[in-house]
Ligand binder design. Sequence first.
Ligand code: OGA
Ligand code: NI
Length: 339
Amino acid sequence: MARPDCPDFGDSAGAYSENGIPVVDMDVLVNGDSDQRSAAIRHLGRACEDWGFFMVINHGVPESLQGATMDACKELFSLPTEEKAEYMDAAPMDPVRVGTGFNSAVDGAKFWRDYLKMFAHPELHCPAKPANLRGTATEYATRTRGLMLELTTAISESLGLDGGRIAEALKLESCFQILVGNHYPPAGPGVGAIGLPTHSDHGLLTLLFQNGVDCLQVKRSGEWLLAKPIPGSFFVIAGDQLEIVSNGRYKAALHRALVDDEQARMSFVSLIGPCLDAVVEPIPELAREAPEGAEFRGIKYREYMEHQQSNKLKDNAALDIVRVQREILTRGLAQQLSD
Ligand code: OGA
Ligand code: NI
């Protein structure tokens, strides 16, 4: 049965939105009979392989909770600067940060964005004001984490692994989670400002919803596509850690946020990643099957994230620090053989 907070799209195990984005029905994934589940898992696998980007419907996170979370975040942005000052000169790994751009220390605050970042798991960190932020953020973090963990189980199965395999490899029982509220003021006619430049997310999965102003673009086969949501859905974005654990079978999606000329835009992100102390590497079963073996070397997620957050945001450049460089290896081997 479809959950009441989302429209019923009938049998959507293999569905796509009007501009071609895959749509994954959580109700089928969780409650479907075994044929329906298998079809939904195959569809999810294709979505991860071909896009690294899809929408989820019938996800069970109440729309009222989404609204309350965004409202609390909006209230924080409108507080006088002195109320936010202690979070404004925070460093990339500090658990609460308020700022502009991506990392104003390196991008010169040229991106048109205000943000609030809060570490939410294993422990929720949150500004004291507005007063309702903590309660709302706690509930939102719990519900969205549950949803992403369910998706991770299905993604694991879609790779031909046990449902719990990715969770085990990444120690997801103590997964890292961050909530990010983004506010993009209108840019004014003809400015063509960028809110957030092209990047992939550092985590495993990102869940995003926005306030009805469509400015998120996703890159598919070299082309930018505007992501138009089905009402009540979430966007799901595959992150760098999914690319690493899946040994490159699933790619982290490149995306960016434009800014509307006239309307203020807000988006709210909930991201999960491995346990910060987990060493992330391709799942050995997948690396063994691959013609070239492991595509990535292992790295502690904390180190990876620190690197990604401290540098300029540029495409998926952070992945290069763990990508196995074939030519170098081959040259190294040739050198050893001739020594
Ligand atoms: C992000 C992000 C896009 C948006 O916060 O990582 O990609 O639409 N945001 O706000
Ligand atoms: Ni992103």
